[in-house]
Structures are given as C-alpha cells and as structure tokens.
Design a protein around this ligand. Sequence first.
Ligand SMILES: [Zn+2]
Length: 501
Amino acid sequence: MAYTNSPMVAYTKLSPNHSGQRTHSIDRITPHCVVGQCSAEGLGDWFARSSTQASSNYGIDKDGRVGLYVEEKNRSWCSSSNANDQRAITIECASDTSEPYAFRDVVYQTLIKLCVDICKRNGKKKLLWMADKDRTLNYSPAADEMILTVHRWFANKSCPGNWMFARMGDLASKVTAQLGGNASAPTPAPTVSVPETDGEKYIWDTLMGFIKNPYGVAGLMGNLCAESGLKANNLQNNGNNALGMTDEQFTAAMDAGTYANFVHDGYGYGLAQWTFHTRKAALLAYAQNKGTSIGDLQTQLGFLCQELEGYATVLAALKSATSIRAASDIVLTQFERPADQGEAVQEQRAAFGQIYYNRYVNGSESPAEKLTSGYYRVRKSWADSKSQVGAYRILSNAKKAADANPGFSVFDPGGKAIYPAAAASTPVAPEPAKDTPFLVRVQISNLNIRTGPGTNYPRTGFTGVGTFTILEVRSGQGSTAGWGRLKSGAGWISLDFATRI
Ligand SMILES: [Zn+2]
C-alpha cells in the first residue's frame, strides 16, 4: 500500500530528525504527551532543530490543529524504540506540564478523528488497545487491525501521561466504532510467544507436587498462560482500562484495602483470571486468611489446588491424562470456561502447554521431533508471519523446508528460533550508558528489591514509596528500563516502576 499523509494537516514543517523510509508497514499508533500547551508552529520549530534529536509524524496543538513533521512513509524518532517507530504513526499531543498531563478536549477529539483517518488510509478496520505490554508486543495483528502502543512501555517515563493512558480503551473503541468495526479485544493468535517468566518453574514444581502427571500440569499451565500470562497480579485488561490502574497499582490498592468492589466488579484477576463472584470471594478470603498479598503467587497456587479439589472430574482427568491436549481441553471446558472454547482456542492452549512440557520434561528444551500440539513454523523471522513457508508437526520436515529457503529459520510454538544453529543464538545487547548516580522516585508500595539485576534473582523485600539513589544501571530479565542498584546496599529494583528526578 502506498504511503500517504493526512488531509487534516493544517501546518507542515518537515523535521530532519527521522530515519528515512520505514522498514515495516504501518500497524501501530502511538499517542504521546508533549508536556506543554504548544502550538503546531512551536512544535515544528523544536523538531526542525537537528540538535533536538527527536520528532513525531504528527502533532496536535492546544487548539486541535494538526502539524505534519515526519511524513507517514518515514520512521520518526519518538517512542524510544526502533521496533515500535518503524511500524507506528507517532502523534505528539499538546498537554499540561505535570501529571496526569491532561489534554484539552479539542485535542482529544482531534486525536480520535486523526486516528480514524490514519486507519482508513492504511486499510485498517479496527483500532485495538490490549493494555498489557507483553501481550501487545507479541501480538501479530491481522491485516485490518491497527494496535495502540504507549511510550511508557519503552522508556522510564509516564508518556502519554496518566490522563491519556486511562483513555486508551476509550480511544480504541471510539475509533473502531467510526470505522464500522467490532470493538472487542482480539483473542491472542496461536502465534503468541511464551517467554520464560518469573515464577514459571515454581508454578510447574508446585503443580507437579499436587497433580503428579506432567501432561496434566502442562495442560493446566497452558490454560493459565492463556488467561494471565502466568502473572499472579494480572487484572483483566478491561479492568485496567475502566479503573485506570496497572496490575501493580490495582494489587497495591487491594492490599491497602482502598478498592472495595473486588468480588462483584466482574473483572478477571490472577493466575486463572478468577471472575465469578463466589470464586473471587473465596480467593480474597484465602489470601486474607494467609495474611499475604492477593497477588502473591504462592497464595494463588494454594488456592488453585484447593479449588481443584472441588472440581473432582477435572482433577481426576489431570492426574490420569495421557496427552497435553486432553488435559488442556478439560481445563478449558470445565474449569476456565471462557466464552470462546472453539477449535482455535483449544489448539492454542494445548500449544502453550507443549512449550512448558518441552521446557520442564524434556529438560534441556531440546525440541521434540514430533509435536502433538502446535507447529514448527518456517519463517524469515518470528515477527514476519507473512513470510511463513510452512508449519510442521515433524521437526525434520521443518528443517528441510528451512534448508530449501536460504535465510529462513525453524521456530518452535513459542517463537524461539531453533534451526539453523546460528539463528538460534541471540546477540547480547550492550549495556545502556546511564549517568550515575541519580535519584528516582518510587510511587508504589510493593516494588520488589532483588539480590541482582533481573527477575531471575530472589526477592529480598519491598522499597515502599519514597526517593532512592541509584548507583548503577544494568539490563536484565523482566525490566524494559533496566535495573538500578540501590545506594543502601539493599539490592536492585526495576526502573520500570521508578521515575528519574
Ligand atoms: Zn512520548
């Protein structure tokens, strides 16, 4: 599709700050807050200086006028992420200068119209807000889908500000309604990858101790992965949108006793995304009785096992299952019971289960020669799903297809490149340069302190709300912004939850 620019543009001043033509077709929109009630001309002057080293495709000024600074065909320098900006239209919106960085109504109304226009010209019928970063970034949008992303997922900043962040779902549904599409959030495609998460092995070991059958545990975990991404503090996305809270903020509010509507709010929560009011009331009572956070993994696993005792048919089937698919299907249809229990969902959940089975039963994660669920896919890259030349149950057949197509690799159902060997190794990213020491503010009460830079290091406690000095920054598992070493010597914290001051 040829790239075009919006007819809504009232002022054009092209910025030198861009990377030339984008390398990925447009399937994302990223709204930003300017942190200032600027004019289209003022923003254009700022982006026109090469020393600014930043730009956006469009700006919406304080009066709702649209400025064009980087043509849609080009990749702007806006969201602290090359991968995002190669495929996103970035829009800077005039805002207040402090949290929640509110937009004037005329700006927000223009943003809705501009998103409708961008979607139409780029062949999209739906604008989707999935709220969850991992789910969004792992999602392969259909040809007619546009996805919303936010700058805060890629850098240690609030952008687009809490005002706009709370309205992302509203923006998506209003734009989709004007496009005549269906506003419901998508079911993740079977190609969602499953990165190894904090606590995953602990979940496997705990459930193995209870169920004592790896097929049963894999089938159950595949379902938990589909429900929550194995995140014990996961609040259903429409709950995040409606309440304007992240999973961490919601769990902190629950633990502080400041959110009273948990049992009856209808939002799924936790590993199994418990939704029905009697099950949520029982989970809450269980956590209160234990004296732990409601988002505590160990507590939820204890509750899950207790609940399964009451689902005698399901538990017996998990203990005696002879395939992942059989175990997964019974959890889907008799325990989780989501609205969509169709073949695609069954296939997907069993494929997730196969990944855990390979990881913890086949030990070294050496790929199985024959898959019973999911497929080995042969593509140029995992993200480039359109390049796929085939999907195979038998590994040797997938390898033959890769050999016949130079530059192609075999990917396991989790999206990991496993053949040829060179494609399977990931280069190590250099450590980001940061000026240290610096001060950060932490505004959540339960930010974990760990013994090292990553979620793969044990927790030693919480920071509490306050200001802390960071002596050193290193990249590590589970944090986009990196890990900061506390001056106190207590350990390391994720800078995703800290604001530099
Ligand atoms: Zn931004």
